[in-house]
Design a protein around this ligand. Structure first.
Ligand code: PEP
Ligand code: MN
Length: 353
C-alpha cells in the first residue's frame, strides 16, 4: 500500500471518529431530554433494564460484523452507562436542596439567630434533659453568654437498652417551660414519626439524630412539620446519603433544614468519631442549607472541643453544637465529653475570639 493510500484511509478514520463523536453527543442530548420528561425521579428510576435489554437485542440482531456481538454489546453498554451518568448529574441539579437549584443561602431565623447569615451561631445545652433544675442552671449560663438557643435530649437513642432513655414528653415540657422563662428557643431530638406533630407544640426546632438519618418515615414526618430541622449525619453515611436524607425532608415541604456534621465511624480510635471537617465546605457547595458542626459527639473529647469548634468556624460552618452540664461527672449520659460551666466559659471565650 502506498503512503498516499494509507493517508487516505487514516483520513477516513479521522472522519468516522468525528461522526462517532457527534453521534454519541447527539445521543447524550436525547438522553437528557428523556430524563427531563421524568422530573424529580431518583437515579434508580432512570435506569430501565428492560428498555436497555430491548435496545441491545435490536443492535445485536443488526450486527453484521466484523465485530463480534459480545464486543458490540460491551461498547454499547458503555455508551448507555455514560448516558445514565449524565442523567444522574441532572438529578443532582434537580434536587430541591441543591445549590444548583437555588443559589442563595437558606437562612433559618430562630429566636433572633439567623443561622446561615455568615456569622457563627451556637446551639448548646445538656446531652439529656434530666430535671427542671438541671436545665435551668444550663439556661442561665446560655443566657449569660448571650445565646438564644438551648438543646437537650428527651428521647435518647442509647446504644444499650439499659442506659438512661430520656424523660420523653416530660422532658419536652421542661424544655418548653425553660424556653418560655428564659426566652430561649428549644431544640430536642424526636425519634418516632408519630411524635412529630405533638413534639412541634413544645419545640422551636426538631433534631433528627445520627442513628435516624435514614429513617425515611421519620424524615417524611419532619418534612410535614412547620419547624426547622437539625438533621445529623449518620455515622456511616456518605455526603451523598446525607444530602438525599435532607431531600426527603424538603420533598415533603419543609425547606428549613440545618445539616449537622457530627463525625463518622472510621478505624481511628483516638476520637469517638472522626470529624469529617471538609464535609462542611462540600455541603455548602452542593446545597444551599446551613451547616452545623457538633464538636461534642464527633470528638467525644473535652480537650478537643475548642480546636474543633475553631476549625469548624474557620472552614465555614454556620453553627456549632456543644454539650454543657452543671456537673458532667454525674450526668446520666455522655459524662466524658460534656463541659462544666467553667469549661463552657473558656469555650465561648476561645471560639468568639
Ligand atoms: C445528640 O445530639 O444528642 C445526639 C445523640 O447526637 P448524635 O445523634 O449525633 O449521636
Ligand atoms: Mn450527648
Amino acid at each position: 500500500m502506498s503512503n498516499e493510500q494509507l493517508d487516505l484511509l487514516r483520513e477516513q478514520l479521522d472522519e468516522l471518529n468525528m461522526d462517532l463523536l457527534n453521534l454519541i453527543n447527539k445521543r447524550g442530548e436525547l438522553v437528557k431530554k428523556v430524563a427531563k420528561s421524568k422530573p424529580n425521579q431518583g437515579p434508580d428510576k432512570k435506569y430501565d433494564p428492560v428498555r436497555e435489554h430491548q435496545m441491545l437485542e435490536k443492535i445485536k440482531n443488526q450486527n453484521e460484523g466484523p465485530f463480534q456481538d459480545a464486543t458490540i454489546i460491551h461498547l454499547f453498554k458503555e455508551i448507555f452507562k455514560a448516558g445514565l451518568e449524565l442523567q444522574e448529574k441532572d438529578y443532582h441539579k434537580e434536587m430541591l436542596v441543591s445549590r444548583k437549584r437555588k443559589s442563595e443561602d437558606t437562612i433559618i431565623d430562630i429566636n433572633g439567630e439567623k443561622i446561615g447569615d455568615g456569622q457563627p451561631h451556637f446551639v448548646c445545652g445538656p446531652c439529656a434533659v434530666e430535671s427542671y433544675e438541671q436545665v435551668r442552671k444550663v439556661a442561665e449560663q446560655i443566657k449569660k453568654h448571650g445565646l438564644n438557643i438551648i438543646r437537650g435530649g428527651a428521647f435518647k437513642p442509647r446504644t444499650s437498652p439499659y442506659d438512661f432513655q430520656g424523660l420523653g414528653f416530660e422532658g419536652l415540657e421542661i424544655l418548653r417551660r425553660i424556653g418560655d422563662e428564659f426566652d430561649l428557643a428549644v431544640v430536642s431530638e424526636i425519634v418516632r414519626p408519630q411524635d412529630m406533630e405533638q413534639a412541634a407544640e413544645y419545640l422551636d426546632m426538631i433534631q433528627i439524630g445520627a442513628r435516624n438519618m435514614q429513617n425515611f418515615e421519620l424524615l417524611k414526618a419532619a418534612g410535614e412539620v412547620d419547624k426547622p430541622i437539625i438533621l445529623k449525619r449518620g455515622m456511616s453515611a456518605t455526603v451523598s446519603d446525607f444530602i438525599n436524607a435532607a431531600e426527603y425532608i424538603h420533598s415533603k415541604g419543609n425547606s428549613n433544614i440545618i445539616l449537622c456534621e457530627r463525625g463518622i465511624r472510621t478505624y481511628e480510635t483516638s476520637t469517638r468519631n472522626t470529624l469529617d471537617i471538609t464535609a462542611v465546605p462540600i455541603l455548602k457547595q452542593e446545597t444551599h442549607l446551613p451547616v452545623m458542626v457538633d464538636v461534642t459527639h464527633s470528638t467525644g473529647r473535652r480537650d478537643l472541643l475548642i480546636p474543633a469548634a475553631k476549625a469548624a468556624i474557620a472552614i465555614g460552618a454556620d453553627a456549632v453544637m456543644a454539650e454543657v452540664h452543671p456537673d458532667p461527672a454525674v450526668a446520666l449520659s455522655d459524662q466524658q465529653q460534656q463541659m462544666n460551666f467553667e469549661q463552657f466559659d473558656a469555650f465561648m471565650e476561645a471560639v468568639r475570639k
